[in-house]
Design a protein around this ligand. Structure first.
Ligand SMILES: [Zn+2]
Length: 406
């Protein structure tokens, strides 16, 4: 067969090389069409861990058990080149200062476990703090410093609930904060990795990165804001696939960085057969998704640096409870929600609910004043009189209801 476009002066080998180069450019072009979901695997070690009174033998035994499992998980993650973010609260760090003695550190290259995880197993270490028992975020950051693993500016979770004024003050992180246990220590975090409500009942299930404006406009991006918020979204593999599909179906533009943070629970790490189970159920599926370029496995600090460099700090929030026109309930649908009383004076009452609904209340300028599942606890008597919008979402379908508050 005659090759029509075969250049006369080019040797066949060169031409084949050219074909190979073309093929790779083409393949790379195809690959870059997939936009990866930024995924962070993290673990919180809570302030009750290790169990027991610090200094006792029981506490030491508990510490050493947790230590061995964290090492196991760290090296398993590292064997997959999967990034892991470990975020301990104060008690584990005090225990480390106490129990990482010459004998203990023999198994970790002469380093305390945190230093070993960070330096030898490529684990990211960030502070986590419930700001209880007198330890605030700065105290936890200071303890990380003391163990030689400080430097992170990640605020590893915080309690925030727009419906509870005592938990609304996330903006305290805008300025450097002094420690309470260690009043000479000072620290400022700037990456919020997820906001939880008390007992996680109202957690915002959003994906994306933005700079919250103020405590009343948490989901509004302020380009001048000095705190970055990383949407946690939902904690399972099917939710990762849901986000991947948003790019695939072009429901979300590739210029929007979608994010998900997946908590590897300490109880699953400490469970019998814990590490092999985590490997099979989390690490292997994540590894496959990464091989398809459908996810990036990273830590919060690198996520924000990619957001700035690769996404030009383009703020966006994907919130599945905000409906598109195609998923509104029809006005004659069988799930016809109604308010039992309108106008509303204090509490909203709805004709029926099955407990799966997600509610949002917006004022007349469409600013969200509350969102969550437990609408029966929202007392509107504190809000100004006027027109409001209630949006009820269930199974990705929403119904908006206007009401008047008097
Ligand atoms: Zn916690």
């Amino acid at each position: 067969m005659r090759v029509l476009f075969y250049p006369k002066k080019m040797k066949r080998t060169n031409f084949n090389a050219l074909l190979i180069v073309c093929y790779f450019l083409f393949a790379k072009g195809l690959q870059s069409q997939t936009t990866p979901v930024y995924t962070v695997l993290f673990t919180h070690i809570e302030d009750n861990s290790p169990n027991g009174t610090l200094g006792t033998d029981v506490c030491r035994q508990n510490y050493l058990f947790i230590r061995s499992r964290l090492l196991d998980l760290g090296s398993t993650m590292n064997s997959y080149h999967i990034k892991w973010s470990l975020e301990p609260d104060w008690k584990f760090l005090l225990a480390a200062l106490l129990y990482e003695d010459a004998v203990t550190i023999q198994s970790t290259n002469g380093k305390n476990i945190l230093k070993y995880l960070k330096e030898d197993l490529n684990v990211a270490i960030d502070p986590h703090s419930h700001e209880k028992s007198g330890y605030n975020y700065t105290d936890v950051a200071h303890l990380l410093d003391s163990l030689g693993v400080g430097g992170s500016n990640v605020i590893g979770g915080h309690i925030w609930d727009p419906s509870l004024p005592q938990f609304a003050e996330w903006d305290r992180f805008r300025n450097p904060v002094y420690g309470t246990k260690y009043p000479w220590a000072v620290w400022q975090g700037n990456i919020l990795m997820g906001s939880g409500t008390p007992n996680h009942v109202n957690d915002p299930l959003v994906s994306g990165v933005w700079r919250p404006k103020d405590r009343d406009h948490y989901f509004t991006d302020d380009p001048n804001g000095n705190i970055y918020c990383v949407g946690k979204y939902k904690e399972d593999l099917s939710s990762i696939n849901e986000l991947i599909d948003l790019y695939r179906t072009k429901s979300v533009d590739a210029s929007c960085m979608l994010t998900i943070s997946y908590h590897i629970n300490p109880s699953s790490i400490l469970a019998q057969n814990g590490i092999p189970t985590i490997e099979t159920t989390i690490l292997k599926p994540m590894d496959s998704l990464r091989a398809l370029n459908e996810i990036v496995l990273t830590d919060f600090t690198n996520l924000i640096s990619d957001w700035k460099s690769k996404y030009q700090s383009n703020a966006c929030i994907y919130d599945p409870s905000i409906p598109t026109s195609s998923n509104e309930y029809s006005s004659t649908g069988k799930n016809e929600y109604e308010l039992l009383a309108n106008p509303v004076t204090s509490y909203i009452q709805i004709n029926h609910s099955n407990g799966n609904e997600f509610y949002e209340i917006m004022n007349s300028s469409m600013k969200m004043i509350w969102s969550g599942k437990q609408i029966e606890h929202v007392n509107l008597s504190y809000y100004p009189d006027g027109l409001y919008l209630l949006r009820i979402t269930e199974n990705n379908k929403s119904k908006p209801i206007k009401f008047i508050k008097t």
